[in-house]
Design a protein around this ligand. Structure first.
Ligand code: 2AM
Length: 225
């Protein structure tokens, strides 16, 4: 009998359950609606868009078009390992030890916005951390003070991307903001929002530490198409 060949996925990660997706997208939408009403936010963020963009669509439209995500499906996930269908070293062993199909509760602890991406920061638990397979030092810039990020600090859920931006940018944007914070950069603007304080670290990069973390339910699984 045919047993079938094992196939390595494009990536593995924590996929939010439908209920958690609906709930987080609601949060996301009201966050954007709030941002849309903040002149200081718009001024800072829009100033970073290229000058050619005279008639800018509302922030809401820029970030809420999620049609090209996950093959157009309404999925939200936190990437744990981008295996590129087995192109990355150690992918097969990772799959064996990763325990696919297990349920996890993820804690979202912050929201961040840049002119390119919007994401939610994920605080991985001790059980979740070993599944997270990223060398965070890879995204280190070659100039400036080297700051070694904590393991798992890149963990996030991509919520939205500006047109022509690929979701892989979200993790790079998060690391970039964290480097500014760890480099002791003080926020240039602070806005009090319902969810917490939104701090600007220049160049349209904002981070909001949630006063109340958002728990979401997820299933650890692979994404193939
Ligand atoms: P994300 O984790 O920031 O959302 C499919 O493209 C998914 O894999 C996306 O969710 C994307 O980013 C992530 N991804 C794409 N290319 C990647 C890469 N080179 N390294 C890490 N993650 C990547």
């Amino acid at each position: 009998t045919e047993v079938g060949l094992p196939v390595i996925a494009l990536f593995y990660g924590w996929f939010l359950t439908k209920k958690s997706v609906d709930c987080l997208l609601e949060y996301y939408k009201s966050f954007l609606e709030d941002l849309q009403k903040r002149p200081l936010f718009l001024e800072e963020t829009i100033s970073t868009f290229t000058p050619g963009d005279q008639k800018l669509p509302p922030i809401l439209d820029i970030y809420f078009s999620r049609s090209k995500f996950s093959g157009g499906r309404n999925l939200l996930h936190c990437t744990a390992n981008f295996t590129d269908y087995g192109q990355t070293p150690g992918a097969a062993n990772y799959v064996k030890s990763s325990g696919l199909g297990r349920a996890f509760k993820l804690q979202l602890t912050a929201l961040f916005v840049t002119p390119r991406t919007v994401g939610a920061r994920v605080k991985l638990s001790r059980a979740q951390l070993p599944l997270f397979n990223f060398d965070e030092s890879v995204s280190e810039p070659t100039t400036g003070d080297p700051v070694t990020p904590d393991p798992g600090s890149r963990a996030h859920v991509t919520l939205g991307c500006a047109p022509n931006v690929e979701p892989v940018q979200t993790g790079l944007d998060l690391m970039d903001i964290l480097r500014s914070i760890e480099g002791d950069e003080k926020p240039s603007i602070t806005l009090n929002m319902d969810l917490g304080k939104l701090c600007c670290y220049g160049k349209g990069r904002w981070m909001l530490d949630l006063t109340k973390p958002i728990p979401v339910n997820s299933l650890f699984s692979g994404f193939y198409a």
